[in-house]
Write a protein that binds this ligand. Structure first.
Ligand code: MTE
Length: 385
């Protein structure tokens, strides 16, 4: 389905020319091939079989998570404000951002709400009812956030960097932007796989409106909510952002009283996770040896790699090691495949994984009110003929 806003892309865009940001007309986006939970705002995830076709997720199969309709932004008028605890506050056009050194990085983006729907077995959770497709691995083109901060001359007592989107979200009777924030130590990483980017490109094409055109942050290793789309403002501060999506949402709480929010910190890193993608749910299977495929994402901690992916067809009595495929790259998922034997009594298939920083998927994750960070053993019910 091509959205009205994707068609509006033709009304202005940026091209990635030699890796630099230039203000120009964009090429039309390829239509999305996703299952939509909502439109306007767009919230959609790919079919799991599509998700594991390639290590790099094509943009048409890349999930979309938006809290408000896509803002329509004129690239010629666009200005990124950089302010707060800096000696040289600035307002930067796309052209002036294009003078910074270009960077490209490959990183997996995953929503903290990925696999949320699984919590409902224990108690209803609100929000977009994600299955396990709110994840994707892309190459991102742009510039290093650290370079922009260095030019702004961050003051020594700065501790956090806030990001603010240009979207307009209805909340509590008012309109607020989507906001994120990250610790200054992460923000100042200027090179390598962990460096946060101000990205204008995804998979070597200009960002589409769904993914934050013309500019977004991309924070490798952190939950998707810290990669703020339609970025309009950066604020350097001595505290985390007071924006709703840092101060209240995206925290692990069992209840949603003020004390619960106050006692719980913002989520930054994502934990290890894995899912079975084929066979897809509801597939009727014949007894015998079958092929399983899926993805595994190691914890978003620097230097962490996948150690083991284990699958079971007998409720965890025996585990078979899966083979990982694709590049073993920091802050990136890997795809995996395995063969298991199933019989008429097989009720479900399961996957769990371990990583090099001690990350493991638990049998059960304690229920939390917002349904975040579901990374328990992934259990796929099956019907065997
Ligand atoms: N940025 C803005 N401005 N508005 C949003 O609603 N959603 C966040 C993040 N950045 C969001 C945002 C969340 S929760 C996720 S998981 C990622 O964007 C999803 O990025 P994608 O839609 O490009 O996959």
């Amino acid at each position: 389905m091509i959205t009205r806003r994707e068609m509006l892309l033709a009304s202005g865009g940026i091209m990635i020319a030699g890796g630099t940001l230039t203000s120009s007309r964009a090429v039309a986006a390829e239509p999305k091939q996703l299952v939509y939970h909502s439109t306007d705002p767009n919230n959609a995830e790919p079919k799991l079989g599509d998700l594991v076709k390639s290590w790099i997720t094509p943009t048409k199969h890349f999930y979309v998570r938006s809290h408000a309709p896509n803002p329509v932004i004129d690239p010629d008028e666009f200005q990124l404000k950089v302010e707060g605890m800096v000696n040289r506050p600035s307002s930067l056009s796309l052209k002036s951002l294009g003078r910074f050194k270009p960077h490209s990085t490959t990183a997996t983006l995953t929503c903290a709400g990925n696999r949320r729907s699984e919590y409902n077995k224990e108690g209803k959770v609100g929000g977009v009812q994600w299955q396990s497709g709110a994840i994707g691995n892309a190459t991102w083109q742009g510039i290093a956030l650290a370079d922009v901060l260095k030019q702004a001359e961050v003051t020594p007592d700065a501790k956090h960097v806030w990001f603010e989107g240009l979207d307009e979200i209805e909340k509590g009777g008012g309109i607020i932007p989507f906001g994120g924030s990250i610790p200054i130590a992460k923000a100042m990483i200027g090179s390598g796989a962990g460096a946060p980017l101000l990205a204008n490109g995804m998979n070597d094409a200009p960002l589409t409106p769904d993914h934050g055109y013309p500019l977004r942050t991309l924070v490798p290793g952190y939950i998707g909510a810290r990669s703020v789309k339609w970025l309009g403002r950066i604020v350097v501060s001595d505290r985390p952002s007071p924006n709703h999506y840092v101060a209240t949402a995206y925290k692990i709480v069992r209840k949603t009283d003020p004390i619960d929010w106050a006692e719980s910190g913002p989520i930054y890193r994502y934990p290890i996770n894995a899912a079975i993608c084929t066979p897809q749910p509801e597939t009727k299977l014949a007894a015998g040896e079958i092929d399983l495929t899926g993805y595994v994402l190691p914890t978003g901690r620097p230097g962490t790699t996948v150690q083991k992916v284990l699958v079971s067809a007998d409720q965890g009595k025996r585990w078979t090691e899966a083979t990982t495929v694709g590049k073993d790259s920091e802050f990136c998922w890997q795809l995996w495949n395995a063969k298991v034997n199933i019989t008429a009594t097989t009720k479900r298939l399961m996957v769990r994984a371990l990583d090099s920083s001690g990350g493991f998927m638990p049998y059960r994750v304690p229920w939390n009110a917002k349904g975040y960070l579901q990374n328990s053993w992934y259990k796929l019910p099956v019907q065997v003929n």
